[in-house]
Ligand binder design. Structure first.
Ligand SMILES: [Zn+2]
Ligand SMILES: [Zn+2]
Length: 407
């Protein structure tokens, strides 16, 4: 089974006649070496794959995005599926990783990433090939999500607790370790597949897989009750506009904070009851305290700016919860005093995306039409412009890039 033959598209037909069958290896790229990735033997194919593909790469952090046509198509390993990427959202984490300013769990910037780097972790793909060893009902032609988390150990205490996004047993992700969705084809771990229902819209489901799940977990961590006040900071952005909707699903009264009248209309249309324009209000803390008569029960910070976090906890009433979802670039810190936290009995919680189970719950909410991502579909070549707009906070909701045709 380990015997492979390197073929080009021109000699695939001849090779099939020669009996190579499905044991085709088209190309190789370096990915993390994990023991179970050693065998190469696709079991089922529905099409002939090219040896190379289009990809948006950066050769070094802070470097420009380059579109290349000759990036190798991933080889299909044991217990993997190969998917064609149809659409992907563009997340702030993609931008910060590219810039070398993404903050890690140790508070330092993440600089140890695979190069060339290919971002994209809000992807939706169509399964083209299923490798040997893949268990369960995995169909060629089915839709699959491309999330932040790529591979997990399934044995560490966090995996066993259903918090596999915190896996400490060699977890890899599609941001720092493996190529993401800014390429036409991707290989995915057969044991960690995000199998999507056939009746979801592949155009809109991508943003649910990072922005959506993060917003959902933030709202869930607030333990909010119907009728209580929940503030969303950065409510007009990719994560924030979904947090507004999840908060409405659980019956919260939502105060949206963002800048500009276009975001006011947008946030109110999503179900926010109040809108505070941080660009025009002298003190957003005073405004929240006034509206809520003593502070909000919860604040979800979906903004990726240090300034947004600075006084976020000061908006809370006694016993309130600050849920941190957005990660500002660099190494910023909360400025809330310890006295405030202790005396007001505040809770501060973080959310690193969510588990696969959580993810499927948010996918279902969108499938049912309860939460709808506001998306703008743009051509893939716009990626540099989209990064620029993200930096200027000029995007309403989420931009989704069209990567490849769904044939
Ligand atoms: Zn993300
Ligand atoms: Zn683990």
């Amino acid at each position: 089974m380990n015997t492979v033959t390197k073929l080009t598209t021109r000699n695939v037909t001849a090779s099939k006649r020669a009996g190579y069958g499905s044991r085709l290896l088209f190309s190789s790229i370096s990915r993390p070496s994990i023991a179970f990735r050693t065998q190469l033997c696709p079991l089922r194919f529905n099409s002939t794959l090219p040896p190379t593909q289009r990809a948006a790469i950066i050769r070094k952090q802070t470097g420009p995005i380059e579109f290349t046509e000759d990036y190798p198509v991933p080889k299909l390993g044991y217990n993997e599926v190969l998917a064609k990427v149809l659409y992907t959202g563009v997340c702030q984490s993609d931008l910060h990783t590219k810039n070398g300013t993404a903050a890690g769990g140790d508070g330092k910037n993440i600089t140890a990433i695979k190069l060339p780097h290919i971002g994209g972790h809000e992807g939706v793909g169509r399964i083209l090939a299923v490798g040997e060893g893949v268990k369960g009902d995995v169909r060629i032609g089915g839709l699959v999500g491309i999330r932040f988390i790529s591979r997990i150990c399934r044995r560490c205490e966090y995996c066993l607790a259903g918090q596999e996004q915190h896996c400490i047993g060699g977890m890899t992700n599609h941001l720092h370790h493996e190529d993401g969705a800014f390429q036409e084809y991707i290989a995915l771990d057969g044991d960690n597949l995000t199998l999507l229902p056939d009746d979801v819209d592949p155009v809109e489901i991508g943003p649910i897989l990072c922005a959506g799940i993060t917003a959902y977990k933030c709202v869930q961590n607030c333990n909010i009750k119907p009728g209580e006040w929940l503030v969303v900071i950065g409510a007009g952005g990719g994560m924030g506009h979904l947090a507004v909707q999840y908060a409405r699903v659980v019956g919260a009264r939502v105060i949206a904070i963002d800048g500009g009248d276009h975001k006011r209309h947008f946030c109110l249309s999503l179900g926010a009851e109040q809108y505070i324009d941080f660009k025009t209000v002298p003190s957003i803390v005073d405004e929240v305290q006034r509206i809520t008569k003593g502070g909000a029960h919860a604040v979800v910070c979906a903004a990726g700016s240090p300034r947004a976090y600075a006084r976020a906890a000061d908006m809370l009433r006694i016993g309130g919860t600050l849920a941190c979802g957005g990660i500002p670039p660099g190494t910023p810190h909360l400025e809330t005093s310890i006295g405030t936290i202790v005396i007001k009995g505040l809770k501060i919680v973080g959310s690193l995306v969510g588990s696969l189970k959580d993810t499927m719950q948010v996918v279902e909410l969108t499938r049912l039409g309860r939460v709808k991502p506001a998306i703008e579909v743009r051509p893939w070549k716009d990626l540099p412009k989209v990064y620029d707009e993200l930096e200027r906070d000029a995007i309403l909701g989420r931009v989704v890039l069209k990567i490849a045709e769904d044939e």
